[in-house]
Design a protein around this ligand. Structure first.
Ligand code: ATP
Ligand code: MG
Length: 200
């Protein structure tokens, strides 16, 4: 099976993530997309991070009713720092027959050279670099060698200038987040009082 993987903090998940997944599914004829929220992300500030359980649950709320989207809790259950390298290794072991497409926004893939075992990563899955406001596809040639660049698939999608940071900022300022994330996610954020910045 051709499976798309979307890693991220999903703090919280939003329509940008969902559109990226859907567009990649269609473009590369992927049978399923698996969302993998990270447990303890190495690159993120931790003070605004909702609990792993809350981020996982919001992913489940967001994909409910979409048969080809799944949420995997492997990075959260591992309890260790989440490295894509470890996740891909584990998936290769668990599902040896699958062909993997690791889907990232441009901002994320431009950071890939600093990831754990960066050298091997590009051979462990097809990496798909998806357009995102603020970055240009041409920037790939700045951070990757020509040989690496050839391994990266690119995909241009309608720009949705939505980020989890912006959603958190809006919640902190009591602004609306309606239509930026699926309604059940919005309601969960508000009912749990996530991202209000008045705790701890
Ligand atoms: P934060 O603002 O907290 O960094 P984020 O919106 O960037 O959150 P992440 O969980 O960091 O979300 O991203 C997970 C993946 O989704 C990354 O590969 C990122 O590039 C991609 N992504 C997120 N939002 C978009 C978007 N609006 N368009 C394209 N790609 C996106
Ligand atoms: Mg991000």
């Amino acid at each position: 099976m051709k499976i798309g993987l979307m890693g991220g903090t999903f703090n919280p998940i939003h329509y940008g993530h969902l559109l990226v997944a859907e567009e990649a599914r269609e473009a590369f004829q992927l049978e399923e997309i698996w969302f993998i929220p990270s447990g303890c992300p190495p690159h993120k500030r931790h003070d605004e991070l909702a609990s792993a359980e809350a981020r996982l649950y919001m992913c489940q709320l967001a994909i409910e009713g979409i048969p080809y989207f799944r949420v995997l809790s492997i990075e959260i259950e591992s309890g260790e720092t989440s490295y894509t390298y470890n996740t891909l290794r584990l998936l290769h072991q668990q599902y040896p027959g699958n062909e993997w497409f690791f889907i990232t926004g441009l901002d994320a893939i431009l950071e890939l050279p600093s990831w754990h075992h960066a050298e091997e990563l590009l051979d462990m899955a097809h990496f798909v670099a998806v357009s995102r406001p603020g970055h240009k596809i041409e920037e790939l040639s700045r951070v990757f060698t020509e040989e690496q660049r050839k391994k990266i698939l690119t995909l241009t999608i309608p720009y949705l200038d939505i980020s989890s940071s912006e959603i958190r900022r809006r919640v902190r300022h009591q602004r609306s987040i309606r239509f930026l994330t699926p309604e059940p996610v919005r309601q969960f954020i508000l009912s749990e009082g996530l991202y209000r910045g008045d705790r701890g």
